[in-house]
Design a protein around this ligand. Structure first.
Ligand code: UD1
Ligand code: UDP
Length: 397
């Protein structure tokens, strides 16, 4: 089997890394990696964290790029690679412009698409924007759908996808998280270097770890988020640490509104080991990130989601995460409740992670091999048959 894994942003790389590692242990597969370079520094951080090298790099990123810029450059640069390598399957992950553009380019070449983290839905096409649309469109053209949870599978079946094309695998982010967490625990030099690097984190204050970058929050949303963080930072029992996303629409308001506060550390985006280490040290996490919502419960950390909607309601339903919108008063109230009430804190910190068990990548590759075998068997049978009605292989399975 020839597989082409295509990704380009930080979260896709983290969530594809376990699949790359699992392919390395699998014989009889030519699995290659194409990075679009939708992100540059933030992608190379992850590639280094997981010791992954790309076979192809489309190098598309530009400062403050528009969605259409990214889309057009990816499709144009990817097409010759699809032609030359001619994979049996293209794997994409999630909901970014990279995922959607790569899926579309493969589909136009008649190449089947496997969608990792399929079936997440908010039901609102504009929240998150444009990710909800990217996901839905990718589902329409994918051949294999890897749903992280049963709720995601149900969403796909409700849209008319055949049960046999959908597998519940767990989310590969949990594979990635457990791998990195175990390394931090077991590799003393790594642990020591992280302790040293983050020696500015106070042992006596409660650490509030923040991330935020959503396009629908640019402008007023970020002003509100920063106003909430300013209020939280007035407490003398907390320290806020915010690795700031490199998007200029995030950098500018965050540095302007929070840059002068002593107990708020604004730092560069972190490599994965460092971020997992900080999540582990955090008392609570304030975020609008999809991946962080999924990871935090595995480390027993309450996660407050600064969004109006989430496609990850499993965490909210399990009581391990809560939607707190971008309204400053709502955010501050929820943070204070967790800081001041041990009972409320314990209720969120001891819940079960609903997103996976660390074996998602294995399930995905097992399914791909079975699917590919069924197609190969079918193709040799029709080639041998006297009358062949040619069907595209993507129509099978
Ligand atoms: C993208 C994804 C979003 C995902 C997020 C993860 C889309 C539509 N959105 O949003 O779903 O949650 O990535 O972080 O695909 N930049 C750098 N260096 C980097 C990375 C980004 O300078 O390493 C800056 C550039 O100015 C770039 C800008 O950030 O133009 C925006 O990057 P882009 O990938 O277009 O959007 P994100 O907001 O990161
Ligand atoms: N992350 C990281 N370094 C950071 C911040 C986040 O490695 O400084 C990781 C985090 O653990 C999660 C992923 O990046 O796995 C989330 O990426 P992001 O928030 O950019 O995108 P989203 O998940 O919202 O699509």
């Amino acid at each position: 089997m020839k597989a082409l894994l295509i990704f380009g942003t930080r979260p896709e790389a983290i969530k594809m890394a376990p699949i790359v590692h699992e392919f390395r242990r699998t014989i009889g597969v030519d699995a290659r990696i194409c990075v679009t370079g939708q992100h540059k520094t933030m992608l190379s951080n992850v590639m280094a964290s997981f010791d992954i090298k790309a076979d192809y790099d489309l190098n598309v990123m530009k400062q403050n790029q528009s969605l259409n810029d990214v889309f057009v450059r990816i499709v144009g640069k990817l097409d010759p690679i699809l032609g030359e390598f001619a994979p049996d399957i293209v794997l994409v992950q999630g909901d970014t412009t990279t995922s959607w553009a790569a899926a579309m380019a493969a589909f136009y070449r008649g190449i089947p698409v496997g969608h990792v983290e399929a079936g997440l839905r908010t039901g609102d096409l504009f929240s998150p924007w444009p990710e909800e649309a990217n996901r839905r469109m990718t589902s329409v053209i994918a051949t294999r759908h890897y749903a992280p949870t049963h709720a995601a599978k149900k969403a796909l079946l409700d849209e008319g996808h055949l049960p046999d094309a959908v597998r519940v695998t767990g989310n590969t982010v949990i594979d990635a998280l457990l791998y990195m967490h175990q390394r931090i625990i077991s590799e003393k030099p790594l642990r020591d270097s992280l302790d040293k690097r983050f020696s500015f984190i106070s042992g006596s204050r409660k650490l509030v770890l923040v991330t935020g970058h959503r396009r629908e929050s640019f402008g007023a949303g970020f002003e509100r988020i920063c106003s909430a963080i300013r209020t939280i930072a007035k407490r003398d029992d907390v320290q806020v640490c915010y690795p700031v996303h490199l998007n200029p629409n995030v950098q500018e308001p965050v540095h302007r509104l929070l840059g002068d506060l002593d107990n708020v550390s604004l730092i560069d985006p972190l490599d994965y080991a460092a971020f997992v280490y900080l999540m582990d040290r955090a008392h609570l996490i304030l975020t609008d990130s999809g991946g962080v919502q999924e990871e935090a419960p595995s480390l027993g950390k309450p996660v407050l989601v600064m969004r109006d909607t989430s496609e990850r309601m499993e965490g909210v339903d399990a009581g391990v995460s809560r939607l707190v919108t971008t309204d400053p008063a709502t955010i501050v109230t929820h943070v204070n409740q967790l800081l001041d009430s041990p009972e409320r804190y314990a209720a969120m910190a001891t819940g079960k992670n609903p997103y996976g068990d660390g074996l998602a990548a294995r399930r995905i590759i097992k399914d791909l091999l079975t699917w590919h075998r069924s197609i190969s068997t079918y193709e040799s049978a029709v080639t041998a048959a006297p009358v062949a009605m040619q069907l595209p292989s993507s129509a099978i399975g």
